[in-house]
Design a protein around this ligand. Structure first.
Ligand code: HEC
Length: 130
């Protein structure tokens, strides 16, 4: 039954495709390098960093793309290329929001070692496209 539903529901089908892709990358770490970090593989990685509760857990506070359920503590994350002067500024904000906004509630992902510099770079590149 569940399988049949998957076939008729495009959202579920897409979710299944993402899980499959993530599994593929996890099972074959070399693939990510072969893909040159470009395109769909880096987008899948960035999504995982943002959405997984053990990593960025950004959905706890933000609406991002089609991620659900999403919180509304912070603003929806879209149009960031219009809201930040450069990718570097966005990266710096994720690294430590308190540096530019002392009252920010958002965790300092880089400064506190929650995400690595590499994870934040992938995340920045993806967020910049939303
Ligand atoms: C605990 C809640 C919380 C979490 C978790 C969180 N944020 Fe935030 N975020 C906020 C709040 C609140 C603001 C608004 C900050 C302010 O006004 O100073 C914000 C602001 C932002 C902004 C700036 C938006 C703008 O237009 O000014 C970005 C970008 C952002 N968050 C990205 C992220 C990303 C990416 C993650 C996950 C890696 C994340 N946030 C996780 C609460 C959170």
């Amino acid at each position: 039954m569940a399988l049949l539903n998957h076939r008729s529901d495009p959202r579920a089908a897409r979710a299944t495709a993402w899980v499959g892709l993530l599994f593929l990358v996890a099972a074959h770490p070399g693939l990510a390098q072969e893909g040159g970090e470009a395109g769909v593989l880096s987008e899948a990685k960035a999504r995982a960093i943002a959405f997984e509760s053990t990593r960025g857990n950004c959905l706890a506070c933000h609406a991002i793309a089609d991620g659900a359920p999403a919180g509304n503590v912070g603003p929806p994350l879209s149009g960031l290329a219009l809201r930040f002067p450069s990718r570097a500024a966005l990266y710096a904000f994720l690294w430590d929001p308190h540096a530019s906004r002392p009252q920010a509630m958002m965790p300092p992902y880089g400064r506190n070692g929650i995400l690595s510099a590499r994870e934040l770079a992938l995340l920045t590149d993806w967020l910049w496209t939303l």
